[in-house]
Design a protein around this ligand. Sequence first.
Ligand code: CO
Length: 351
Amino acid sequence: METVALLKTLSDAFGPSGFEGEVCATLQRIIEPFVDEMRVDTLGNLIATRRGTGDTTLMLDAHMDEIGFMISFIEDDGFLRFTQTSGWDPRIVPAQAVTILTDRGTKVKGYIGMAPPHILRPEDRDKPYKLEDLFIDIGAVSAGDVADLGIRIGSPAVIAYPFEQLNEQVIMARALDDRAGCAVIAKTLEALADQQVEATVVASFSVQEEVGLRGAGTAAYQIEPDIALVLEATVAADVPGIPPPRQPTKFGRGPAVIVMDNTMITKSSTVRTITELADKNLIPWQYRIPYGGGTNAGVIHRCRGGVLTGVISLPVRYLHSPYALMRLDDFDHTVRLVTAFTRKCPGLVEK
Ligand code: CO
């Protein structure tokens, strides 16, 4: 699988929280040659197993959902009101192009409209828009028009622009959080094809992370892993105006190891295992500076009697905005680290 094509396919797939079906079908197609079995569970998690020679189970998790919106009201004149399902900064939502998924499975384009500056009252000019003041314009002229398209209260939407490659190293795409993590797992499974691996690898592409880590907990309960590794996109903030102590990760420094966030304190032995493995394989890596946030590790490590869990993050700029940027060398280094971890597992893990 060519990396850029894989990232494009996955990040362009439609999949806000609760509506991950298209991402799930795409992933099934991609990983099918590299796994022994696959199933989709009740909540929609895609769980794929690659059997190993030993009796240790390693869970690799990445979430399929992206931040999105839901249609909340349809005006008589065909405009759509909406609410967010997760994670948006309302200040950057106005004046964006959106894609809405209809009940027919078709996609309808629209634009998030607002009052133009010409008619704003002077006292409103400096104020950010609130979500409830915004609306989506799909060019319809009546509520009947909207219904005929298969759009209703509850229809999902995302801000959507196409994948772009900026240069040799940098891509710009919509849903890298966390399709980049999904792509890391796919590339890892590909790298291990036809190789003897001791651990049974269970890939869990989980649903509804962005609304509160909902899918991963039920997935981990079924998988009963001995060890889990969560692959997540994380904040790279090496941009103008942000001092180094407030830059959780930096571009080009390799995969980031999470030591703590709002959902888990990583065992120091697990942090050491990952970082020593990276050093031994000459893979650059960085600590993610603790700033809060959370990942599926938050629910996985507390599953059943507890699961040894680590988080390896991909540095991504402009997370939770219409476009995110990622470096391909950071991606490749992450794949190499996760592949090395999987190959050596369980030998390198001290409990
Ligand atoms: Co994420």
